[in-house]
Design a protein around this ligand. Sequence first.
Ligand SMILES: [Zn+2]
Length: 411
Amino acid sequence: MKIHNTLTKRLESFKPIDDKSVTIYVCGITPYDTTHLGHASTYIFFDALIRYLKFKGYTVIYTQNVTDINDRDKDILQKAKEQKIPWSKLAEFWTKKFLNDMHSLNWTPPDNFLKASEQIPAMITLIQKLLKNNLSYQVKGSIYLDISKVKNYGKLSKFSNPKMLKVAEEFEEDLKNPDKKNPLDITLWRATEKNQPSHIPSFDSPFGKGRPGWHIECSAMSISSLGEQIDPFDELRVNGERSRTIDIHGGGADLIFPHHEAEIAQSEGATGKIPFAKFWIHTQPVFYRGQKMSKSKGNLVMVSDLLKKYSPNAIRWLLLSNHFRKKWEYKEEDLIKAQKNIDAIEKVLALQGVPREPIATGYKDQFIKIMDENVNTPKALKFLLKLAKENSKKDLLKLMSVLGFDTKKLI
Ligand SMILES: [Zn+2]
């Protein structure tokens, strides 16, 4: 199987570390505005990939996080302040909404669904390692990763320094903080300020009260959940043969820099194990009305609204009809077409009579050939339509379920 790896910018043969099981970490939501079509596009793609890996015989261990806290006073914290409710209540509300929307789309929940606010000890341990390895420094109780000490910083994004600064500014990455040696140094721990507004959370740590940086959260949660389920920071494990590299780390392409770049620097700096993750897989954004779908542009299309008019299978069809490596624009006419395709398949499956038997293994092999070539879901859907035309019900049902369509609703 070949998949595009952002780290090497090439199509590469995918082979998990141990030939039997695949570990996968996908960066999750910040729970304050879910679930728009951009979120669904990423998580349904990874859902289809995971189902396909299982179909191929792998055991998959999947972790996804919820960024319910971070170092910046924006997004969730600002919304909690505006609405005069605690950040934890807001996070709980939107996380529940996200899960409901994703369940509607027949999503397989991750094995580990981790809230950052509940994983602070793993983050503290990782920060302690970075301090011990002399890769980070402390100023007024806050701790920063010194990127000048990180070997090959930028190896994932391949961004120049000016480009890093530009993108980091778009992400409001605290570039003007006078305590940093370099504006691009990464905040690992932000100390609680005197007279800190009450909407901002504060956690105990050996470094004093504060809260973790956004990037260290995912380093800690991926390492702690996808290791061998023993002490993930055990010296033997991270430096010796028993350590395990994560097979796949994924997320939306806008996370490549600074988030995933920082994750690599922190994780490899703390454990000394390279690479932290073998495959980096990124989904391209969804556009609407000519612009990237985002809260700031005000052009969100919410899954819950689409579900009022279209079936969950039609929404999944629309999402998978776009290849994960291509940006795409949401147009309602395409969702109407997706609904027609699902209706046509449903009609075939509802026809009375003995289903035509599969033609030996031919169909399965053709499907595998399509999906093995960079997870080509658009081509796989066309193949399903072909099976519907040929009235090959058994194959159709099996392969529909491999891509995560709810086949109970189809018969
Ligand atoms: Zn993340």
